[in-house]
Structures are given as structure tokens and as C-alpha cells.
Design a protein. Structure first.
Length: 217
């Protein structure tokens, strides 16, 4: 059972419009997509259904896709560097758009195959993240609303616990800085195999696909 204070992002990667429409009709409020093009196509296919949910970018955002992402998504959860945050900020300003909510993605396992902020080998993760948070919070056209992490891909979800716990400590440290333009309200951790552990360790947002839709065919 997912507590009512935890937001559920329905991870819609590779799912059909009929499947996504069904979960929206069932009460889903947040849809996550990994790719800009697929999200835009999904929204076109859903028609009016697309207007009833908040759209979250949860995959890696390439710099050349930022403009289209800003037209497609309401929230960008996968900001994986200070430079990417600054690029989004500049595009929002140039387009005279609203302030865009972002989450900063942490590569807590420092895995080369994954995106996300990660310090150099000899730099403490917590101090590095504080410095990055301070820089991102100075941007005027994005609103820094929290952190996101994938966590290492492991078979036993219990092995994710120390990583989620560390991200929660980093979240609390940044929250304690009381940065002027940061609105640290979301900690997005955990997917189908690990969301229970993530919630126990402080997540208030989870990204779930298979547990909602069932296994892919």
C-alpha cells in the first residue's frame, strides 16, 4: 500500500495510448515519459485525456531536445548537471515561458552507465551536492523542487536501501540550506522493484510502470 502523501508517477515508456488512457481514467495524476518524441506522440494520441495529468520528463534530456521538452513536459525530473539546468533556464527565458519546475538527478552509485550528478572520486558527495544546489538555485527561470535518483540496478531491492538513505540525507542537507529559489518538496526515488524500500527511506514520489501495467508483452 502506497501512503497517500506519496505521489505516483506512472512510467509510460513503451506503453500504448489505450493503456495510458485507462490509468488516467482510473485516477492517475502524473505520467512520466523517458523520451521527448514519445511523450509528444502519446499526448497527441491521448487527445483530451492528456490535459488531465501532469507530464514528467524522467529520462535523460539531450540539450538539442530542451525546446521541445519545454513544450511537452510540465516537470523535468532528470536534470543531471548544473550546465543542463542553466541551459533549461536560458531556453525558458528566451521563450518567455513560465518558471519550470525541475528535480536534480543524483547518480548515487556513481555508475558510468547512468546519468546524474556525481562528484569526482575524492570529493565528498554531500559537499559536492550542496555546491551544485547553490548554483542551480540562483537560476531565475527554473524552480529547484527536489531530487531524483534511480539507485543502482540490483536484484534484491533491499540492497538499494543504503543508497536511498544517503540521498535522503543529501536532500535534508540541501533543505537545511534554505536556498532562496529552491522549493525542496519532492524526493523522487524507487521504481516497481524498489519503491517500498524507497518510501521507507523518505521518498515522497515514486516512478512505477510494471506494477501498474503489468509485464511488457
Amino acid at each position: 500500500m502506497i501512503p497517500p502523501y506519496v505521489g505516483i508517477i506512472v512510467a509510460a515508456k513503451t506503453r500504448t495510448p489505450d493503456e495510458v488512457a485507462a490509468v488516467i481514467e482510473a485516477g492517475a495524476k502524473h505520467i512520466g515519459e523517458n523520451y521527448v518524441q514519445e511523450a509528444a506522440q502519446m499526448q497527441r494520441s491521448l487527445g483530451a485525456h492528456a490535459q488531465h495529468v501532469t507530464w514528467h520528463m524522467i529520462g535523460h534530456l539531450q540539450k538539442n531536445k530542451i525546446n521541445k521538452a519545454l513544450r511537452t513536459f510540465d516537470v523535468i525530473q532528470s536534470v543531471d548537471s548544473v550546465e543542463r539546468a542553466a541551459a533549461i533556464d536560458a531556453r525558458v527565458e528566451a521563450a518567455a515561458k513560465r518558471i519550470v519546475p525541475i528535480l536534480v538527478e543524483i547518480n548515487i552509485g556513481s555508475e558510468e552507465s547512468k546519468a546524474g550528478l556525481s562528484p569526482s572520486e575524492h570529493e565528498p558527495f554531500e559537499e559536492y551536492m550542496e555546491r551544485c544546489a547553490e548554483r542551480i538555485s540562483r537560476l531565475e527561470h527554473v524552480r529547484f523542487q527536489g531530487l531524483m535518483t534511480m539507485g543502482p540496478r540490483v536484484g534484491d531491492p533491499e540492497k538499494s536501501r543504503p543508497y536511498f538513505r544517503r540521498v535522503k540525507r543529501i536532500f535534508d542537507r540541501i533543505l537545511g540550506l534554505r536556498l532562496a529559489r529552491a522549493d525542496m518538496r519532492y524526493l523522487s526515488m524507487g521504481m516497481t522493484n524498489s519503491y517500498r524500500i524507497a518510501i521507507q527511506e523518505g521518498a515522497n514520489m515514486v516512478r512505477i510502470g510494471t506494477a501498474i501495467f503489468g509485464a511488457r508483452g
